[in-house]
Design a protein. Structure first.
Length: 262
């Protein structure tokens, strides 16, 4: 069964024609290079979930091939910012084969992880074992439920669902990453809010929605209010308060993890 490309403002919730045009060009370049080997392309992240903010958000695109491609370095050059200028902060592009996307695993085996954008060096990694797994486990879990197909069937038709215990472990690993790669910014705090909301309710949403949920259910922590404001103001967060909040979130997710095992 053939699935046509579905890049349109209605299907992507893209708030700008600039982003809409970029996605159209990206898919066209992928189709021209990969031809019938290209099975599906998905818009994940804020742009796919209706929470894209120009100047703040990345564009997260996951794609699936029928079989491995012969030259991923060449492919990265074709879709780099130098070839197709990305209007967002950066493009995060992750490529899987159909077989690996369908595996329920604790470490998703991508073919290529590629980041590109204005003012940054292109990043290409072809070895999934050298990357922190939580990025991809969480992206896939969210994308299966909220991602938008730009080409191909719904993402849940091709990506296997991560196990809940693995997913909760990865949410905790994401907290550790933000601690170790500080200072903790609004992104780390709101990522923690989204993780906590999911652990408590199994409901995904944007980071900002996660922040709003925590404000409603955790007596309005000041650090969360500061993080929401900091998305626009870019003001540094008090690191002691940020660390305390990440510790609280980790403790509560750990408790959810234990409950899941009982």
């Amino acid at each position: 069964m053939a699935y046509p490309a579905q890049v349109s403002p209605a299907s992507t919730s893209a708030p700008t024609e600039e982003l809409h045009s970029y996605l159209r060009s990206l898919i066209s370049s992928l189709q021209e290079e990969l031809k019938d080997n290209l099975l599906a392309v998905y818009l994940f992240g804020s742009a796919g979930y209706g929470a894209y903010e120009p100047g703040t958000s990345d564009v997260d695109v996951y794609a699936i091939l029928h079989e491995p491609a012969p030259d991923y370095q060449h492919l990265s050059r074709i879709i780099s910012h130098a070839s197709i200028p990305c209007p967002a902060r950066k493009l995060e592009f992750v490529l899987f084969t159909k077989a690996n996307a369908a595996k329920q695993t604790t470490r998703p085996a991508f073919e290529m992880n590629f980041n590109t954008g204005k003012g940054m060096d292109d990043y290409v990694n072809l070895n999934y074992e050298t990357e922190s797994r939580f990025w991809f486990v969480v992206d896939i879990a969210m994308g299966r439920e909220m991602g938008r197909p730009l080409l191909g069937p719904p993402p849940s038709a091709l990506f296997a669902a991560p196990r809940l215990d693995c997913l909760l472990d990865c949410l905790i690993e994401s907290l550790a990453w933000h601690r170790q790669n500080g200072p903790v910014t609004y992104d780390g705090i709101l990522n923690a809010c989204r993780a906590l909301r999911y652990a408590k309710t199994t409901t995904w949403g944007s980071k900002k929605e996660g922040g709003s949920w925590v404000l409603d259910h955790y007596n309005r922590p000041e650090i969360v209010m500061l993080a929401i404001d900091s998305r626009k103001s870019k003001v540094d967060l008090p690191q002691s308060s940020a660390s305390d909040f990440l510790n609280l979130v980790e403790k509560d997710i750990e408790q959810c993890r234990k409950t899941d095992h009982e």
